[in-house]
Design a protein around this ligand. Sequence first.
Ligand code: ZN
Length: 106
Amino acid sequence: MPEPYWPKRKGSYTLAAASRNSQFARLRCRYCKIERYYLIADLITVFGNVECDDMLYMRDWRCTSCKERNTLDMQIGDPPAAVRQQIKIRKIDRIEYVRKIIWTDE
Ligand SMILES: [Zn+2]
């Protein structure tokens, strides 16, 4: 399992910077070993241009298989061509905005 190659210190590597070198990010659950590829452009749409290290701790991001939190690792990097044929890319299907009204008594 290769280590992510971006520097680990704060303020060092954002999603936009990562997207200049790669198209994809791979997220892998340490617990159930499932991995999925995401387009970095999609991640920027959802999270904004945040630091790669911070993204996994935002928005209650958790594994869709085991439902556990804090089990995900992210690696920036495009899959090799041979692997690219076999994997599925998880892309944004749609974004739904919820309008929530909160009443107050005066
Ligand atoms: Zn999992």
